[in-house]
Design a binder for this molecule. Structure first.
Ligand code: FAD
Length: 359
């Protein structure tokens, strides 16, 4: 537990009202973004967060830092270089063989030691499987606040982080403040924020930190790594084209129509939540608030009503085409192109037309 958190006053300020922050908060500076490195690859959500972190840091007049935790070697060095290329002013680096595979204990130890030593004001992580695990344990170890799955990040008039996320099943948005504790932590799901441009910025300042932990102190042992090929293939969040089916398709068999169209146009396929609940599609194909957030160039939704929980996951798409028999379906409120027809008849015709044109 950091001193700041032990001394924090119980009173809270109110959003939008200027208030004096506790004196010792002045020690906490800079926006940090955790650069997620798993199996040698940087997760793109880290770059999306650097884009958001840059905006917050500029508003607050402070620096943006990338946090790289990994084993000594090329992949970790590449992650450092990429952090600079996507806007970090400096990088805090912990390089240790114990950080080769993600395990909660050494990553939490590395991150909390960094926080207690260098005191960031804001700490952002991707809401990936790894990021959620790490963020929760870092926040509870530091006894600070964490707002999960944010859809918007901003700075309030008093300089506090205003972290907005859906609540009440997605029907309302709430803005959450961590007024009495530092750092202010937030996670953001992949693709919720736009990807910033990559620059050829020369490498900046790297601050190295040692991991003070031994293998004997870690309960978790990595015995092997089995890649789930099915879910590894479902790269919905970063696909350029996504075709999705909803309950309007009527049966699990009819989902083949969605898959056929997706194959014909080189797209990924997805679905609305009820299809996962019925066991017609695996959970990693679900699009929406409790599924994947997507930002494709083209999104084709067939037999999907467009409930708010679905909408929040797809409205970042450049072009939304909706196929629905009901002209009053909510999806037509946000689709760019609406086709009022029976998807079960229309999808095969569309697939055939594309196949003919593309062959
Ligand atoms: P329906 O709402 O039943 O709509 C089917 C549509 O198909 C209708 O508009 C109908 O007119 C049309 N249709 C019928 N026959 C045809 C046909 N032959 N051709 C074309 N159109 C036809 N949902 C998600 O999708 N993703 C989420 O992540 C998600 N998270 C949720 C989280 C919470 C906490 C809650 C409470 C709900 C969540 N939901 C989510 C569920 C969401 O509220 C809706 O219930 C769901 O999106 C509806 O799925 P649907 O559009 O496939 O089905």
């Amino acid at each position: 537990m950091s001193n700041a958190n032990r001394e924090a006053p119980p009173s809270a300020g109110r959003a939008g009202i200027k208030r004096e922050l506790p004196e010792h908060f002045r020690d906490y500076r800079h926006v940090w973004v955790f650069i997620e490195l798993e199996r040698g690859e940087v997760h793109p959500v880290s770059f999306e967060l650097l884009g958001e972190g840059r905006k917050l840091a500029d508003k607050l007049g402070i620096q943006l830092a990338g946090i790289v935790l990994g084993p000594p070697g090329e992949a970790t060095q590449h992650a450092v270089a990429e952090a600079f290329a996507y806007g970090a002013d400096l990088v805090y680096l912990v390089e240790a063989p114990l950080l080769a595979d993600y395990r909660n204990e050494p990553f939490t130890k590395a991150m909390t030691d960094l926080v207690n030593t260098h005191k960031p004001e804001i700490l952002l992580l991707g809401a990936t499987t790894l990021g959620r695990d790490l963020a929760g344990s870092v926040a509870t170890t530091l006894l600070t606040g964490l707002t999960a799955d944010c859809t918007e990040l901003d700075v309030d008039v008093d300089g506090s982080l205003a972290a907005t996320r859906p609540t009440f099943g997605g029907s309302l948005l709430c803005t959450i403040y961590t007024l009495n504790y530092r750092p202010q932590m937030a996670t953001v799901r992949p693709r919720v924020m736009a990807m910033p441009p990559r620059t050829d910025k020369p490498v900046g300042r790297v601050i190295r930190h040692k991991l003070s932990m031994t293998e004997e102190e870690i309960i978790t042992k990595v015995l092997g790594f089995n890649l789930d090929r099915q879910s590894a293939k479902a790269n919905l969040a970063y696909a350029d084209i996504v075709v999705a089916g909803g309950l309007g398709l009527g049966s699990a068999e009819n989902l083949q129509l969605v898959k056929n169209l997706a194959r014909a146009i080189g797209a990924e396929y997805g679905c609305s939540r009820p299809l996962v609940q019925k066991g017609w599609m695996p959970a990693d194909r679900q699009v929406g608030q409790t599924g994947k957030t997507i930002r494709p160039k083209l999104y084709i939704a067939a037999g999907i009503s467009g409930a708010i929980q679905h909408r929040v996951g797809v409205e970042g798409a450049d072009l939304i085409v909706a196929i629905n028999t009901d002209p009053n379906a909510p999806i037509f409120d946000f689709a760019h192109l609406g086709i009022v027809t029976d998807a079960i008849r229309f999808l095969p015709a569309l697939t055939e037309a594309f196949t003919r044109r593309l062959s």
